[in-house]
Design a binder for this molecule. Structure first.
Ligand code: MG
Length: 666
């Protein structure tokens, strides 16, 4: 080979390599835009003259000068970057991508980015890579430092992603497949990279990235056409692939409103916006029960749904289309907030029922500060937003949400209060767990019976095994047959009496073929709880009544069927169960998840009774919260009605010798 040929060959290879992610002028963008949109006159004229390069430049100039479109998420005159975001940005420069809080430190995706790298086969890790969580921090880093390197790298990664994650058509169901590894190659990748929830996430966040990087030299006219074409493809994809139901659908709809509102220059923009608004207006009626509960019965997704609805409103407010949401929409959100404040503990955290995450006080309180701006007349929201300095605390203490099946038995809104939240609702959806009848109990600043939580979502066999452990009925504060998961999760509220010296909740779940679980909860003298569990039916097997406390020392005494906590501080509990004669008190494996893939060991027990005949198995549990459990009073309890009575119940308890009859008629 002559030197010249060698040189040409090398040049060719070099050009080819450097062109892999090169930006092209995507002229199709001009057919996607409404060139009659005010401000695009010059773009239209140049395009019509066949001068597309100049038209692209004019389009870029238009966007740089654009002021009429606003976003509620970003104040371009006051950009701040947190230490954490700066790290995500800098790590991102090295292709160490912040994908998921549960997988830290972040993984490196290679010099030549491997968008299919999947070090742990947890679906979330693969899905969320495609949310590009480090892009917006890179944008902030660019704005704060003025360093072009962030913009250059962002544009390169953006193009790299487009090149390596092409969209090929696929059925709706395939995106939602939870079992991993059945399809390989690009088809497999598409269901991660182009799952509608991820697509909608990019649709939302890219509005911020667009604003942040727009002034940079790397944001060339060619890049603009690539960006807009890609963005358009995202919106079209959602439009044809909205999730069927649940929170995913809400997220997608809200983000379509973002797309339509932020890029009104697209021909389809009004339709995108309308589609999102229509879905939210419809789903606010479908997904939210009359009592204000979101139908997944997961306090965290309930909160997420409130925030989705609010986000759409804020976008509407800054761009002047609030009137597209009816009053009913506003009322429903307000109901949802009232629901939420009632099921939360005095430190603003929510019970971790279902897949709920444990929040942090500061973060959770910020919600009220945001909500009070949208609902300035609501005094309760104001109260929580201002640490009680403004507004009014709710007039009610205990509160029941009968349709959703959430019941709070509360003696105070303050830190030193006693608050039990019981979950006993209808059949629910994906994020819900088979935990009917379970509860959490807060006393004097501490959650004494936190839920096991979720730990992980979905992935391969190993990940699903972990997920399924935390979902089990038996790791909740409720009753099982042979430790199996509930076959039916459809509780019926038989009685709810939220005030007086003895407050009462009676809830019944069909639980298993041949075994109904009736749980009666009495909140006595605003001080202690008596729970009566009755397992009724002709099923035979091991009836187990499970309790799990928070981490720390707990003395378990099988002779007296008593648990006495010895936690540090002044929030403790004495729990004593009055059982059939043959019952044993057995310790079980106990964990609670405090965050994604984080768990702590804790005491878990079951009061187990062999059920050999048709007679009901019945337990009375007294749960006595106290500062020092070693000084707790003597507890006694017995049934007054000798057999299960479909129409009522009567028990007698003695606490420190003081007799109390607890009864009701149905
Ligand atoms: Mg749970």
């Amino acid at each position: 080979m002559t030197k010249t040929i060698k040189f040409i060959a090398l040049l060719f290879v070099a050009c080819f390599v450097s062109n892999v992610n090169a930006q092209e002028l995507k002229t199709e963008v001009f057919s996607l835009l409404n060139l009659d949109y005010p401000g695009l006159e010059q773009v239209k004229a140049l395009h019509q003259q066949g001068k597309d390069a100049e038209a692209a430049q004019a389009l870029l100039d238009y966007y740089k000068a654009r002021t009429n479109v606003k976003t509620p998420d970003l104040d371009l005159n006051n950009i701040k970057i947190s230490k954490q975001e700066q790290k995500w940005a800098d790590d991102g420069m090295e292709h160490t991508f912040f994908v998921h809080k549960g997988y830290q430190p972040s993984y490196n995706y290679g010099k030549d980015i491997n968008w299919q790298y999947w070090p742990v086969q947890d679906n979330e890790l693969r899905w969320q890579l495609h949310r590009h969580k480090w892009f917006t921090p890179m944008g902030k880093a660019y704005r704060v430092s003025g360093d072009e390197k962030y913009a250059k790298e962002w544009a390169a990664q953006y193009m790299d992603w487009i090149t390596k994650n092409p969209l090929t058509p696929m059925s709706k169901e395939e995106y939602e497949l939870v079992s991993a590894g059945e399809v390989k190659g690009n088809a497999e990748n598409v269901r991660f990279a182009w799952r509608p929830l991820e697509v909608s996430n990019r649709l939302q966040d890219q509005t911020n990235q667009f604003s942040l990087f727009l002034p940079s030299a790397s944001f060339t006219p060619e890049f603009l056409t690539e960006f807009l074409t890609n963005y358009h493809k995202h919106a079209v994809h959602i439009l044809g692939n909205y999730s069927d139901q649940g929170n995913h659908l809400l997220f997608e709809a809200q983000r379509m409103i973002y797309a339509g509102a932020f890029f009104p220059e697209f021909k389809d923009a009004p339709m995108w916006r309308k589609s999102g608004i229509n879905i939210l207006n419809r789903e606010v009626g479908v997904q939210v029960y009359q009592d204000g509960g979101q139908f997944e019965l997961d306090p965290h997704y309930h909160l997420a749904a409130i925030n989705i609805f609010c986000k759409a409103l804020r976008m509407a407010d800054v761009n002047g289309f609030r009137n597209e949401f009816p009053q009913e929409y506003m009322d429903t959100i307000e109901n949802m907030i009232v629901f939420y404040m009632n099921i939360c503990f005095p430190d603003f955290t929510n019970p971790c029922f279902s897949d709920a995450k444990l929040g942090e006080m500061k973060e959770e309180q910020r919600n009220y500060k945001d909500w009070t701006k949208l609902f300035p007349k609501n005094k309760q929201i104001q109260y929580f937003a201002s640490n009680g300095k403004k507004g009014q605390k709710p007039e009610n203490l205990s509160k029941g949400f009968l349709k959703s099946g959430f019941f709070t038995l509360r003696n105070s809104w303050d830190k030193d209060g006693t608050v039990m939240v019981v979950k006993a609702g209808p059949k629910a959806f994906w994020h819900c767990q088979p935990d009917n009848g379970t509860f959490e109990l807060w006393f004097n600043g501490k959650n004494l019976f936190p839920d096991s939580g979720a730990y992980v979502y979905a992935g391969n066999g190993e990940v699903m095994k972990l997920r399924n452990w935390f979902r089990q009925t038996a790791v909740h504060n409720t009753l099982t047959l042979d430790n199996k998961n509930l076959e039916t999760t459809e509780s019926v509220t038989k009685k709810w009496q939220p005030d007086g010296k003895v407050q009462i909740l009676v809830t019944e779940n069909p639980s298993y073929e041949g075994l109904k679980h009736r749980r009666s909860v009495f909140f006595v003298d605003n001080t202690y709880y008596v729970i009566v569990d009755e397992a009724v039916g002709d099923a035979k097997g091991k009836v187990g009544l499970h309790y799990q406390l928070c981490e720390g020392n707990v003395n378990v005494d099988p002779k007296t069927m008593t648990l006495t906590s010895d936690f540090e501080g002044n929030s403790n509990v004495k729990l004593q169960c009055f059982t059939p004669k043959s019952t044993t008190l057995d310790q079980e494996e106990g964990w609670r998840s405090t965050a994604y893939r984080k768990r702590v060991e804790r005491t878990a027990v079951a009061f187990n009774t062999e059920k050999n005949n048709d007679e009901a198995v019945r337990y009375i549990t007294i749960i006595y919260p106290t500062e020092d459990a070693s000084k707790a009073p003597k507890l006694e309890a017995s049934f007054k009605n000798k057999k299960f009575d479909e129409n009522g119940l009567e028990v007698e308890v003695k606490v420190g010798g003081k007799k109390q009859t607890l009864k009701y008629k149905l």
